[in-house]
Design a protein around this ligand. Structure first.
Ligand code: GLU
Length: 469
């Protein structure tokens, strides 16, 4: 049997890290088994579902590279199918119409709660065989009253629910719309889903869904209920912890590989390995190795992984992602070095692409002002002579290479009998406007010859102005 998994988000918000991790695990299981992965949009809650959320979920999946082989399916387009099966269950006596009023159900609930009982439907209409009803009714699933439902969860092991704990679930609302648990069951069956990977908040739905599957004569898939993600304070991860949609991680300068690597390890492990390429994840991932305990989100670790991928991925690839940030920060890259050169030059120094973009601005645009502290410290009268000398040597270079730039700086220091720092620091501030940059030869190489020479003028003038004021 072909392995087929699915990700089935309700489109009520963006794709957050919890959903992305569930999607990743489901996707990895399918890819590992050379099976198929389905995207299904569970949009039956018409009030809370939005097109914007659907778009955001798909954008997030695409950015992460979690490609789907089938879908997106939309539950709202499958109402006829659900209704057909509800009618079939009714014909077979496996579901029944119920006319109990809201008032009655509320009163029943209150009474049960007052008696310390679990609130449940009491089955009043179960054997009335109500037909041709005028007015409102719902359809309920006739849940078995005896025995238990048992399933072996990949994550949580053997789980058993007594049927007496499960009441007769509404499967068709009075407005004619099928309910969530019923739609999921029909979809998982029709779509041939073999493993259901989802959040543990759905564990209580599973025995109900299994009973419905059995009533329909459908095979029961296997289940993996994944524990939740906690914030670093131990509470369920929420917006308060800065938990946001995955696209926010793009905006903040993360590479998708870093987020995927982070998410795969957040609740799954393979020995003590931390770094996993996508290929390795696919090869090594097993649903049975998912941790049972909840895991806490750790931004420091995510940053560490991000830097790892910025440093170790193909610079061409990183450059493609960096381009987005350059545009986002309005840095016009038409005049200046190739982005992949910038990645190579700056990757040691940046934890995010956002930072990397911001610190590369001087390669493409002239800085407006010197960083005050750097200028105060390094653009002093004593720096004027070395700046002028190094400027003339740089201007005379015929082949603008890192070696020749380095030689010009070294010759300046030697001629003036100065330490390299006495030449290098003023030159750095002159070239970049600030006190930090990659090594000077590489920095000047990428800034370019004429720009470097011009910028030294600016620094010399700054020193002169300072002397005169
Ligand atoms: N639509 C459900 C959710 O977003 C998932 C249901 C399922 O995976 O079975 O939580």
């Amino acid at each position: 049997m072909t392995v087929k998994t699915r990700f089935a988000p309700s489109p009520t918000g963006f794709l957050h890290v919890g959903g992305a991790r569930t999607a990743l695990y489901s996707w990895l299981h399918a890819r590992h088994a050379k099976g198929e992965f389905v995207l299904r949009i569970e949009d039956t809650d018409l009030e809370r579902s939005t097109q914007e959320a659907i778009d955001a979920i798909m954008e997030g999946m695409e950015w992460l590279g979690l490609t789907w082989d089938e879908g997106p399916y939309y539950q709202t387009k499958r109402f006829d199918r659900y209704k057909e099966l509800i009618a079939k269950l009714e014909d077979e006596g496996k579901a029944y119409k119920c006319t109990c009023s809201r008032e009655r159900l509320d009163a029943l609930r209150e009474e049960q709660m007052a008696n310390g009982e679990k609130p449940q439907y009491d089955g009043k209409c179960r054997d009335l065989n109500l037909q041709d009803i005028e007015g409102d009714y719902v359809v309920r699933f006739r849940n078995p009253t005896e025995g238990s439902v048992v399933f072996d969860d990949y994550v949580r092991g053997r789980i058993e629910f007594q049927n007496t704990e499960l009441d007769d679930l509404i499967i068709l609302r009075s407005d004619g719309s099928p309910t969530y648990n019923f739609c999921v069951v029909v979809d998982d069956w029709d779509m041939g889903i073999t493993q259901v990977v989802r959040g543990e908040d759905h564990v209580n739905n599973t025995p109900r869904q299994i009973n419905i599957l059995k009533a329909l004569g459908a095979p029961v898939p296997e289940y993996a209920h994944v524990a939740m993600i906690l914030g670093d304070d131990g509470a369920k991860l929420s917006k308060r912890h800065g938990a946001v949609g995955v696209m926010q991680y793009r905006d903040d300068g993360y590479l998708p590989e870093a987020l995927l690597n982070y998410l795969v390890r957040l609740g799954w492990s393979h020995g003590d390995q931390e770094i996993f390429s996508i290929e390795e994840m696919i090869e090594l991932f097993k649903l049975g190795d998912i941790n049972k305990a909840a895991s806490a989100f750790n931004t420091e670790k995510l940053l560490w992984l991000n830097q790892h991928y910025i440093k170790n991925s193909d610079p061409k690839y990183v450059a493609k992602h960096l381009e987005w940030h350059m545009q986002d920060q309005n840095i016009d890259t038409t005049n200046g070095p190739a982005l992949e050169d910038i990645v190579v030059a700056l990757s040691e120094r940046a934890q995010t692409l956002k930072e990397l973009a911001a610190s590369s601005r001087y390669f493409y645009e002239d800085y407006q002002e010197f960083d005050a502290a750097a200028a105060k410290k390094h653009l002093r009268p004593v720096a004027k002579a070395p700046l002028e000398l190094v400027q003339s040597k740089l201007a005379a270079i015929t082949d603008w290479t890192a070696e020749n730039i380095q030689a010009a700086i070294a010759a300046t220091a030697e001629e003036l009998e100065l330490g390299m720092g006495k030449v290098g620091m003023p030159l750095r501030v002159a070239a970049t406007g600030a006190g930090q940059s990659p090594s000077l030869d590489v920095t000047l190489l990428h800034i370019g010859q004429s720009r470097s020479v011009e910028r030294i003028n600016k620094a010399v003038n700054f020193i002169a102005d300072r002397e005169n004021s």
